[in-house]
Write a protein that binds this ligand. Structure first.
Ligand SMILES: [Zn+2]
Length: 427
């Protein structure tokens, strides 16, 4: 199988520019050649006129199984929201509920140009199934807690998950452990997960960290340290850490993490909506830290639209820093592509470059958002929206073409999710 994107404009992230009238040749699951008027034999030729191709976007922190809670419990404090609204109803979800919610979330992700998600939830074997069936790339991280006394069971479950799904579907699925947060895991449990991460799971883990002031203050009270100082003290930072939020990261913590395999994931909508605070993105970037971006789940965002996240993320830090130059559009594009790929542990993903995985997003330039054609890098962050995404390619295959998801019937999935939600509320 080979695809030739003929005469297309593309976003060259490394050189921070848009290059016009280029051919991109995809062979198997890789970008094989990039150049002018390529003379190649392709199974499929895609006309790139009025189209712009970017690396596929990477949604580096989400909870796909939470679609049911969209617009269900809003305008509440994080701890009230979790303890009194989300966790009681979440406990009623079964594996099939989570599978269909994941399908719906994956549809939303693909339609905004996401080619890789990083999910933290449970019943992750069914999330992995949804990933495999829809053709998207997925980082499947099992949320782990031991406050319910069931830590050991969950560790056994992730062993099984790793055995059955890691590197499945041509390496499209990755499985990592995810200690949920420092306030839902005991110290011994966090140490055990870290030990297993390094021994059994490629050395990569995913965690919520320093999300709210309550978390920071409770951590100081209990351990005499801030959250990142605490996880360093128990050895977690010797692993590759995908750290969602880092809203309250301090200067001292930045010093601790800046030379480590530590990847903060910025979730601006969730942080704004839950009034959690503002991740100091420009300061992190200035310190050479690789920052990724994610939507978080539908209950705190309330959607899976990475382009909306990029837009909000791109403008909010300017206001917070009182600096128009903070977090430029190209930085946001790096966060959503090459930085996200590094955070996920991929070496050949996130750029349009020969030898890289062919995960690509194609925009329709014949749209209001791109008219007139001034700076297209600005347009991608400040004016584009999901309707402008025509196609999403993952692992060398179209998974959405002309806005049609190729693997399933969207309206059927929406109906099933609506019916299931009515049932869940009665349980
Ligand atoms: Zn989260």
């Amino acid at each position: 199988m080979s695809i030739l994107l003929r005469n297309i404009s593309f976003l060259d992230i490394e050189n921070e520019e848009i290059i016009n009238n280029i051919d991109i040749y995809i062979e198997g699951n890789k970008i094989s050649k990039i150049g002018k008027s390529l003379d190649v034999d392709a199974t499929e030729i895609y006309n790139g006129e009025n189209k712009l191709v970017t690396p596929g976007f990477i949604n580096a922190h989400t909870h796909l199984g939470m679609s049911y809670f969209r617009n269900y419990a809003d305008d509440l404090n994080l701890m009230d929201w979790l303890n009194n609204e989300i966790w009681p109803i979440e406990a009623k979800l079964n594996a099939e509920d989570i599978y269909y919610s994941s399908l719906l979330s994956i549809i939303e992700n693909i339609k905004s140009g996401v080619s890789t998600f990083c999910d933290m939830y449970y019943e992750m074997d069914r999330v992995a199934d949804a990933c495999i069936e829809t053709g998207i790339r997925g980082v499947i991280t099992r949320g782990l807690t031991d406050i319910d006394g069931k830590g050991e069971e969950k560790l056994e479950e992730i062993d099984e998950l790793y055995k059955n799904y890691n590197n499945k579907s041509n390496g499209r699925v990755k499985v990592y452990p995810a200690p949920h947060a420092i306030y839902t895991c005991s110290e011994d449990f966090l140490k055990e997960i870290t030990r297993r991460t390094n021994e059994l799971y490629d050395g990569i883990l995913h965690v919520h960290l320093s999300e709210t002031l309550t978390e920071v203050n409770d951590c100081k009270k209990e351990h005499g340290m801030t959250p990142i100082e605490y996880v360093e003290s128990i050895g977690m930072l010797d692993s590759h850490v995908i750290a969602a939020h880092c809203t309250h990261i301090t200067d001292r913590e930045i010093e601790i993490v800046k030379d480590k395999e530590f990847y903060p994931v910025y979730n601006p909508s969730s942080n704004l909506k839950l009034a959690s605070g503002f991740t100091p993105v420009q300061k992190l970037l200035d310190n050479g830290i690789t920052v990724a971006i994610g939507t978080d789940g539908d209950s705190s965002n309330n959607n899976q639209d990475i382009l909306e996240e990029m837009h909000i993320g791109g403008i909010v830090n300017k206001a917070v820093e009182m600096d128009e130059k903070a977090v430029k559009a190209i930085e946001i594009l790096k966060m959503a592509t090459v930085n996200g790929a590094k955070a996920m542990g991929f070496e050949n993903l996130g750029l349009i470059k020969e030898g890289y995985l062919a995960d690509l997003t194609i925009f329709n330039l014949d749209s209001n958002s791109f008219t007139p054609r001034n700076n297209l890098i600005s347009a991608l962050v400040y004016s584009a929206n999901s309707d402008d995404v025509s196609c999403t390619i993952v692992d060398g295959k179209f998974i959405m073409k002309d806005r049609q998801i190729l693997s399933l019937d969207e309206s059927k999935v929406r109906k099933i999710v609506n019916d299931r939600w009515e049932d869940i509320k009665k349980r």
